[in-house]
Design a protein around this ligand. Structure first.
Ligand code: MBD
Ligand code: FE
Length: 311
């Protein structure tokens, strides 16, 4: 039986009362957003004849999501974070800002506070028997192709189990393992000496994976490395690259892969002289092109709650 009540005065009055829209007190923007989102939910319940059992299953799901601390992980998995990127890309296009390194999602696993070093940082603090040495290096450039001095490149990635320090359920990693920050000199160059990551998988019993199971989807990402590139003179860049050859590159549960963000992995020797754990190592050159401030402002800065720690 499908009844339709959404358009009735009773329901519209309820929606206005619940969101306190047009009340003259409270936060008008917040009221506007709640009015719209709650209204969309009410309408969906009407249109799809969503049952009380289904609504309560959803409510209980939200409790589990919060208990598991996975709301930001689910945002990535549902493509919401990617959607924000699509919108920022469109905004850049609308103001004629094209040609920088493409952005891609931050994800939920950044930790602020990594030690900043000049030019180079060795960030593999804990031994990892299953991971081979990796050098990531390149130049930060402006749109004019000239190196940017004083830029800070932050980098974070997983270990050979797909776990990130600070969030590692095995407790095996020390704070800031595989996380670092490098400040560029006049040549704009940065380098990280690290270990090859493996792709991430959602916690198998967590709320995110539970929802993905219901959708018939997996919760895995290809191996990847995250970056923030910041400088006083340019907009903050949030991006990642994928490790070439990973079978999930075009099957990322968080939709972060972009054609321009799959640099070649080059086999090299001479790692011993660089202090790497083996002489044979992998080398990835990845240059960043950062974009200018817009009327003196960084319109790409995103505020979100982030973990932080002390080095
Ligand atoms: C990750 O490592 C990640 O980058 C994203 C977006 C989601 C979950 C884990
Ligand atoms: Fe990640």
């Amino acid at each position: 039986m499908s009844v339709k009540v959404f358009e009735t005065k009773e329901v519209q009055d309820l929606l206005k009362a619940a969101s306190n829209v047009d009340a003259g007190n409270g936060n008008a923007r917040f009221q506007q957003v709640v009015f719209r989102l709650l209204g969309d939910l009410f309408k969906a319940i009407d249109d799809l004849d969503i049952t009380p059992d289904e609504v309560w299953a959803g409510i209980n799901y939200l409790n589990k999501l919060g208990q598991d601390g996975e709301a930001a992980l689910l945002a990535a998995g549902l493509g919401l974070e990617k959607y924000l990127d699509i919108r920022m890309d469109a905004e850049d296009k609308a103001v004629g800002l094209a040609g920088g390194t493409p952005r891609t999602i931050e994800g939920p696993l950044y930790v602020a506070g990594a030690p900043v070093r000049d030019g180079l940082s060795k960030i593999d603090i804990n031994a990892d028997a299953d991971a081979g040495p990796l050098v990531i290096r390149g130049t930060v450039k402006g749109m004019d192709g000239k190196p940017v001095a004083g830029a800070v490149v932050e980098c974070w990635h997983a270990n050979s189990k797909g776990f990130y320090s600070h969030f590692d359920p095995t407790g095996a990693q020390s704070e800031f393992n595989l996380r670092g920050a490098v400040k560029t000199g006049a040549d704009g160059k940065y380098e990280f000496r690290t270990l090859m990551p493996v792709g991430y998988g959602c916690p198998p019993h967590g709320a995110t994976q539970q929802l993905l199971n219901g959708l018939g989807r997996h919760g895995n990402r290809p191996a990847h490395v995250h970056f923030f590139v910041t400088s006083d003179s340019h907009r903050k860049l949030t991006t990642q690259f994928n490790i070439e050859g990973d079978p999930l590159i075009w099957d990322d549960f968080a939709y972060a892969t972009r054609e321009e963000l799959i640099p070649p992995v080059v086999e090299k020797t001479g790692g011993a002289a660089l202090g790497l754990k083996a002489d044979a190592y992998k080398d990835i050159e990845f240059n960043f092109t950062v974009t200018p401030l817009l009327q003196g402002k960084d319109n790409q800065l995103v505020y979100r709650l982030r973990a932080s720690a002390e080095a």
